[in-house]
Design a protein around this ligand. Sequence first.
Ligand SMILES: *Cc1c(COP(=O)(O)O)cnc(C)c1O
Length: 234
Amino acid sequence: MNTYIKDNLETVHENIKNAAAVSKRETSDIKLIAVSKTKPLEDLLEAYRCGERDFGENKVQELCDKFDKMPSDARFHMIGHLQKNKVKYLIGKTCLIHSVDSFELAQVIQKEAFKNNTSVDILIEVNVANEETKYGVSVEEAPELVKKISALPNIKIKGLMTIAPFVEEAEDNRKHFAALKQLGIDIAKQNIDNVSMDVFSMGMTGDYCVAIEAGATYVRVGTGIFGERNYKRE
Ligand SMILES: *Cc1c(COP(=O)(O)O)cnc(C)c1O
């Protein structure tokens, strides 16, 4: 039997523990999100059997399909760019939308959440490095967006998310992770109703240890758990 997912998970958890120790934090403060996009259900089930409960997907249809087929205590995080016309399918199937970067998108989430008599937890996606190719609001725009969204009663802002640049040296992203953390601290100081800044979703396979040292509370690891994805770069 193939045990690479189990072995990879052991390595990732060991790395998380070490990075937490370096930064004098509790391992339990850091949540691993197993990014399972493009991977078959059996891979998710294998990770589930190893104890993982949080899965990250970037396509609405795929997230919904997997949600329907996985054990009911598996949680699904929407980590990809979200189109307004797809929000309705996600309600009730995602535990957290990491990728909210406009008031218009938030308004649609509000409308659908209200219709379903529920509330939706979200993160604000911030393009900390100002990369042209990336979604997310700028560091400068983020506080204003948080304030506007906080007025929507069926949405709860839990924190911030960023996708750092693709770099050879993880260290090069430390400044971007630190900037996201600082932004969260600054926003938290404003004590906005309906807003908490407890979640920092940052760090992927190449740089999650640095992200943890800089204050990540959620790390999103795909390749490091499930192996290379079988598709051309999006
Ligand atoms: C694919 C993806 C990841 C995981 O990337 P890996 O490098 O495979 O760990 C994390 N976050 C987001 C938003 C992604 O789309």
